[in-house]
Design a protein around this ligand. Structure first.
Ligand SMILES: Cc1ncc(C[n+]2csc(CCOP(=O)(O)OP(=O)(O)O)c2C)c(N)n1
Ligand SMILES: [Mg+2]
Length: 401
């Protein structure tokens, strides 16, 4: 398995802030080694499609995509294009004041569509707040993802309708939920698997370490899918870990693998492998999808404050959509008509999303007090009464509101 020995990592040269300097000043032997290394010292990752769109052989993982058809490949391309279009529309809607916030997945389409398409319907997904591509694969209508970001509901879909849990904002906590769910699956005697999505920053959370421990000792059928998009808001990955993230699995006693997160085929193959391990009773796997957050952390963030253009440009050359397009074209798997039709479909999706968001009804002001406790609670009653008095304070002298 692709679990290399600890390789030195190169601290990123920061966009002129102190972060990078602090990183290179540390005096441990590991960091000293890293400081002298260049980017070629990064460990190898599983790649089936190069950034130029060339198919490369992989003895371990080719078998997981051996039966893929041209139609399947066009399907993966379509998923990525429509997800990106939806995401761009959501970002624009936030800028127009229609959403309070948006967390863009720009750049992470291959990691999400590849892993999402590896799942069976009966598998269960525990996402973060950025898994719009996985939601798409699960059949959650994209418009339903927007209610929470507009502030009109607390989620927007029934998790059990698509085996896709609600978005989780408390970083890393969903890895524990996933582990518990996976332990339950084993008790039920089912052969479904669970996948937990989380980020490079989340990997530093205690919850994630606990999830690794529990899943390992209980041999739970769970795949930990870490999208290492290089940043946790303004904190770079090299400040989260001295070793490549996938190597952390070794210490917990299960395999970890680093996959090219911008290669949809590789993500599909590696996730299928990890899910098969889970189904076969071989326990958890850590997949580190090495990718890049091309946009801001959220629409509230300004990445120019902490990173430079150089880095972004280097990752743009590895764009997940472009590389599959190059492959499709070179292999004659898609013609102009396909791309033109997809463009029309993208525009229609954008329009549908815009109209759906603007039509979302405002919630009843008092709805927030419902569903806190199944049987009610005196403190919630008190807060409801306080809020009612506050609302009433806006009544004008005639008693109108
Ligand atoms: C427990 C917890 N601590 C802090 C935060 C604030 N916070 C929101 S996103 C984020 C960074 C997460 O980075 P990463 O896990 O790499 O995911 P990404 O946003 O890059 O997808 C932090 C610290 C939070 N939501 N929850
Ligand atoms: Mg991150």
């Amino acid at each position: 398995m692709t679990v290399e020995s600890t390789a030195a990592r190169t601290p990123r040269r920061s966009a002129g802030n102190k972060a990078g300097t602090t990183g290179t000043k540390r005096t441990t032997s590991t960091t000293k080694k890293a400081a002298g290394a260049d980017k070629s010292a990064e460990p190898a990752l599983v790649q089936l499609l190069t950034p130029e769109g060339k198919r490369v052989k992989n003895a371990e993982f080719d078998t997981y995509v051996a039966d893929i058809t041209a139609e399947d490949l066009r399907g993966l391309y379509r998923d990525m294009v429509l997800t990106r279009r939806f995401d761009a529309e959501a970002t624009a809607l936030q800028r127009q004041g229609e959403l309070g916030l948006w967390a863009s997945l720009l750049g992470q389409e291959a990691a999400q569509i590849g892993s999402g398409r590896a799942l069976r319907d009966d598998d269960y997904v525990f996402p973060t707040y950025r898994e719009h591509g996985v939601a798409w694969c699960r059949g959650v209508d994209p418009t339903n993802l927007l209610g929470m970001f507009r502030g009109v509901n607390n989620g927007g879909w029934d998790p059990n309708g698509n085996n896709f849990h609600l978005y989780t904002i408390v970083i890393g906590s969903q890895t524990l939920h996933a582990t518990g769910y996976a332990m339950g699956i084993t008790k039920d005697g089912a052969d479904s698997a669970v996948i937990a999505y989380f980020g490079d920053g989340a990997s530093s959370q205690g919850d994630v370490a606990e999830a690794f421990t529990f899943s390992a000792v209980y041999n739970a059928p769970v795949v930990f899918f870490c999208q290492n998009n290089q940043w946790a808001i303004s904190e770079p990955t090299e400040k989260q870990s001295r070793v490549p993230l996938y190597q952390r699995a070794q210490g917990f006693g299960f395999p970890g693998v680093r996959v090219d997160g911008n290669d949809v085929l590789a993500n599909l193959a590696v996730t299928k492998w990890a899910l098969e391990r889970a189904r076969a009773g071989e326990g958890p796997t850590l997949v580190e999808a090495f990718t890049y957050r091309m946009g801001a952390h959220t629409t509230s963030d300004d990445p120019t404050r902490y990173r430079g253009d150089e880095e972004r440009l280097a990752w743009e050359a590895k764009d997940p959509i472009l590389r599959l397009r190059r492959y499709l074209e070179a292999a004659n798997h898609a013609d102009e008509g396909f791309f033109a039709e997809l463009e029309t479909e993208s525009e229609a999706l954008g329009k549908r999303v815009r109209e759906a968001v603007r039509a979302m009804p405002d919630p009843d002001h008092f709805a927030i007090f419902e569903n806190v406790y199944a049987d009610g609670h005196a403190l919630v009653d008190e807060e409801r009464a306080q809020f009612a008095a506050y609302q009433d304070s806006f009544a004008d002298e005639d008693g109108g509101k």
